[in-house]
Write a protein that binds this ligand. Structure first.
Ligand code: SAH
Length: 227
């Protein structure tokens, strides 16, 4: 498939090779061992989700600006979160912080139901059109504040929050299915945060730290609810 953001077959092939290199050099050599995660990271065209001026570094292991003061996470962090979320086909996933739509595309390659909320209208529109043009029909993008989740389509098997806050929003925990998993960076938004992975077992939510990360802050209602 030649994507809408690739101008020639040679370019398409080059990006494909760079993706495989990224997987081999930056993911396999670290602690990314989950085969479905490695497979989707080698398939989804990250360059299609970053501004044209960054195409030459689209497969380097670094976050990149997507405008509006926001960033697309570095590939390693996307892979780490994907690996721990462990999405299986048929599961319903909620993402808070669509941003470029790259993480949504990764999730949509693993399952057929992805719901994603983005608070900035321009980014929500851009992500929606990138995802549509690339054929990621499993993703439904909504412009809004994800603090209270997406009640209409709840409960979710998996929830991923790709912006940081000092607490996990209660509504998200409520909208998680029994045995469901939630992953989110939690901590001081001006510094690095703890990447927390939680599970709901017997109606109780328990979480633990899996790594240290640095994400842009969750904004909107969360600012009025500092705990
Ligand atoms: N997952 C994204 C990266 C996200 S950056 C990707 O793959 O590109 C974090 C995003 O969260 C930003 O786009 C920001 O605008 C958005 N955001 C911040 N607070 C939010 C909120 N309360 N609800 C929904 N989106 C939010």
């Amino acid at each position: 498939m030649i994507t809408f953001c690739t101008i020639s077959k040679a370019e398409h092939d080059l990006f494909g090779e760079l993706r495989v290199q990224m997987v081999e050099q930056d993911l396999v050599t670290r602690d990314i061992t989950d085969i479905p995660t490695l497979r989707v990271m080698s398939l989804v065209p990250r360059h299609c989700f970053v501004p044209r001026q960054y195409w030459d570094v689209a497969y380097a292991d670094q976050p990149l600006s997507i405008g509006h003061g926001q960033t697309i996470s570095q590939p390693y962090v996307v892979a780490l979160m994907t690996q721990y979320l462990s999405v299986r086909y048929g599961e319903k996933v909620l993402e808070i912080g669509t941003g470029s739509g790259y993480q949504s595309a990764i999730l949509a390659t693993l399952t057929d139901q992805v719901y994603s909320i983005e608070i900035r209208k321009e980014l929500a529109n851009l992500a929606r059109s990138s995802l549509e043009s690339l054929g990621y029909t499993a993703v439904r993008v909504k412009h809004g504040d994800g603090y209270r989740g997406w009640e209409e389509f709840s409960p979710f098997d998996k929830i991923i929050v790709t912006a940081a806050a000092d607490h996990i929003p209660v509504s998200l925990i409520e909208q998680l299915k029994e045995d469901g998993r939630l992953i989110m960076p939690v901590g001081d938004t001006s510094q690095s945060q703890d990447l927390m992975l939680g599970e709901k077992i017997g109606g109780e939510f328990k979480d633990s730290k899996i790594s240290s990360v640095r994400f842009v802050p969750l904004t909107g209602e969360v600012d009025k609810r500092m705990e």
